[in-house]
Design a protein around this ligand. Sequence first.
Ligand SMILES: [Zn+2]
Length: 502
Amino acid sequence: MREYNFYEVEKKWQKIWEEEKILRAGDFPEKKFYVLVMFPYPSGDLHMGHCRNYVIGDVIARKKKMEGYDVLHPFGWDSFGLPAENAAIRRKIHPREWTFKNIEESREDIKKMGILYDWDREIFTCKPDYYKWTQWLFLLLFKRKLAYRKKAFVNFCPSCKTVLANEQIAHGRCERCGKEVTKKELEQWFFKITDYAERLLKDLEKLEGKWPERVIEMQRNWIGKSEGVEIDFIFEENKDIKLKVFTTRADTIYGVTFLTISPENEIIKEIIKNSEYKNEVLRYIERSLKISEIERASILREKTGVFTGKYAIHPFTGEKLPIFVGDYVLAHYGTGIVMGVPGHDQRDFEFARKMNLKIKIVIKPFDSEIGEEIERAYEEYGIMINSGEFTGLDSKNGIEKVCEKLEKMGLGRKSISFRLRDWLISRQRYWGAPIPIIHCENCGIVPVNEKDLPVLLPEKVDYIPKGRSPLETNEEFMNTTCPKCKNKAKRDPDTMDTFVDS
Ligand SMILES: [Zn+2]
């Protein structure tokens, strides 16, 4: 292949500029332009996708240069993260060595493409002078209570022995190794992105006409706002325990014949405390947590569940509603508990059929009747029937009326639910920016002082995955003093997800 001689072309342009007196870069120092492209992972060789991507930025940078702008067009490497670590483990060489070898090769490829970057401004997210700022950003979010720690069921890849974000799972399998993803309960760090759900949604309006409508719609679905009602179902045995349910269809409340709790929900421990079905429920939960969420949510999968032996009370009729645990209910769907309305929700219908539960019809179509025996749930709006004082109402208006009554009883309130979840950012892996937190027996969770940044990633660590953080094996790294009380304390052994770096 004949190499494209970029310097020859550049010389030709220089001549044209001089002869035609076209404006030159830097002619107007106050005209500044900043072009930033997405940095690549140096996880292997560059491919045509990279080429296509970086040419776009280059075209813009060159055009602006010709227009007399002082152009800043830097480049860098998103060089922490699982791809580098996995490749290093397979080849038994240090992730750093492997990463920088790839960077050298990729940099040469980009230079051959003739793309104009300010190479003296090249950055590496895996170098301390960069990840100091990744850690600084973490501390800022921590101080503003937007970074927090909690015990959570997390997606876990048994083969990579690491926690995965939802975005790192494809069809229930680990994006990296293809093994099926399961669940594990661990203390994790989160960024509280849900605080911004409403603003994210609102600002999508600003992108109309600029982004493809399809992409805006995908973003909207990802945020997944739904307006509805939160209803408290009181536990029969202990009036202090409320099973909170989120629904967009409060008009179907008279059709509730059971409740189903997701297997992850903590409330189950209280419900089954003295139940004769306790062991059966615990076995079911253990099995469920091994099944991927995608599979659990699949409409094609046969519904499964287990009776807890306990009941909740219907807020209007006082009827006893059996409480089940069922894995078709996902922990983060609304409150993780659903009111079973088999007459008007297809998944509840299938569950009720399987478990031989009552099916009540409480909504009928506007222009026809509906029989007692149905073949599938009637999910549309219509006229409320068999619904006490609400019978005869248009079901859309019924939602409002039912909510008013629940509010008066102190058993319900209007509520907004988002599909968007807080961002789980901690990883039990080596090749990432250490989380700048110290765990002290006296003071609890203490942030590292800003002046002590960066918290350096130690060079010598056994990074072969063992299901816990590799940094825990390095005592020199782990043992430190508490910034507050000066007593002996431990560092946080986790590193940050690579998306935090970029
Ligand atoms: Zn302390």
